[in-house]
Design a protein around this ligand. Structure first.
Ligand code: F0G
Length: 380
């Protein structure tokens, strides 16, 4: 590949579709361009004729899809003269904010719920040099505090209430359409704050609109004034399905959840910031929200690792776990092409992984050849 073709991140790749100019200094770590992996073994296990792909967002620079949004949010914060960014986070946003702030040479303040974020994520925020503020409270409380403090201090919020975040994250949908040659029939995502499901829908709508189609009947995102509006709806767009953890499933309950609880700490959110937009996505795409128990989430995480060799974090596994259930019941019909977003890398949360592998084939033996032989022969 010629040097000029070197991949330099999603803003450069999709700059025509993003709010940047030729003069914008781009803050990038080479995010995006993640693999879309076709599952081989799980469809066989299900005994159904379906094509399932996983978009492995855990291979982004800080190990989650948040990098897509953060490259845009930090690029624009710097362009607008900001010297500091702030976010509340269940862990991945703080890791991404910390890394991109380091890259830009600005300060990141991150508010995280004490004791409720996975170790890998905490290590990232600290290592990248963010001012790491643990609160005795949950994500929703942290989010409210961040919104208040941003009104009083010169810091830019980089949670997904920052519109540039969703602009960056919509590029995942672009990549999927380009790789499959069309949009999938169904797109399954874990839902917390609901920014990502919204961003994907924006991406799919814009992509189909490129081909001369109208974005939506009444676009939730631009009120019909964007450059994509106009003309009949003919492009294919997926049905969007959002899966939540049963202990923190406000979209399933139809209202905010006061004390959300789940092993999937990334989506331990009771009061989603993109509430209205996510309902609009469901409506416009003909999709639905559903919930999984913690046991179902962990079982899906393990199945994906042990049958396909793909290690995602617990929250991410809600997408594949939910898809498998809906395929089994026929709600997702045979013949469908399905994409599940694996939002974060399994290495983010080693504690939960090790804890649920008590029955694993790990052992400790003496360092001699006969013990090794026994260990091998006993497990053939
Ligand atoms: N999966 C993972 C691994 C996440 O970290 C998040 C959100 C989601 C799914 C849900 O995405 O909020 O756009 O619906 N994590 C945020 C954070 C809240 O602070 O890292 P969403």
């Amino acid at each position: 590949m010629a040097f000029r073709d070197r991949y330099t991140g999603l803003i450069n790749r999709y700059r025509d579709h993003l709010p940047v100019s030729d003069d914008t200094r781009i803050i990038s770590l080479g995010e995006g361009n993640t693999p879309l992996i076709r599952l081989k073994n799980i469809p066989k296990l299900l005994g159904k004729d379906v094509d399932i792909y996983v978009k492995y967002e855990g291979l982004n620079p800080t190990g989650s899809f948040k990098d897509r949004g953060m490259t845009m949010a930090v690029t624009k914060a710097v362009e607008e003269g900001s010297n500091a960014i702030i976010c509340a986070s269940t862990g991945n946003t703080s890791a991404a904010a910390a890394a991109y702030a380091a890259r830009a040479g600005i300060t990141a303040f991150v508010l995280i719920p004490e004791g409720k974020i996975a170790m890998g994520k905490l290590a990232q925020a600290m290592m990248y040099g963010a001012v790491t503020i643990q609160i005795r409270g949950n994500f929703d409380e942290g989010m409210e505090l961040v919104k208040q403090v941003a009104l009083q201090a010169p810091v830019t919020i980089v949670n997904s209430v920052n519109p540039y975040r969703l602009q960056g994250q919509k590029t995942a949908a672009f990549e999927i359409v380009e790789e499959l040659g069309r949009a999938p029939d169904y797109h399954c995502l874990p839902v917390g704050n609901a920014g990502n499901i919204t961003a994907h829908w924006i991406g799919y709508c814009e992509y189909s609109a490129q081909k001369g189609t109208r974005v939506t009947e009444s676009c939730a995102f631009c009120d019909g004034n964007c450059r994509y509006a106009g003309g009949p709806i003919v492009g294919n767009r997926p049905v969007m399905i959002g899966y939540q953890a049963a202990g923190s499933a406000p979209f399933v309950r139809g209202e905010a959840v006061k004390n959300p609880e789940t092993v999937a700490t990334a989506i331990r959110i009771g009061n989603p910031q993109s509430w209205d937009r996510a309902w609009k996505v469901k409506e416009e795409s003909g999709g639905w929200f559903d919930e999984l128990s913690d046991e179902e989430i962990l079982a899906a995480q393990k199945l994906l690792a042990q049958r396909e060799g793909i290690f995602c974090e617990p929250a991410s596994a809600a997408s594949i776990g939910g898809a498998m259930r809906d395929i089994k019941t026929g709600r997702i019909p045979e013949g469908s092409t399905i994409v599940c977003t694996l939002t974060g890398n399994g290495l983010k949360d080693p504690d939960t992984a090790i804890k649920q592998c008590g029955d694993s084939r790990m052992m400790t033996i003496d360092a001699n050849i006969s013990s090794v032989k026994d260990a091998i022969l006993g497990n053939m």
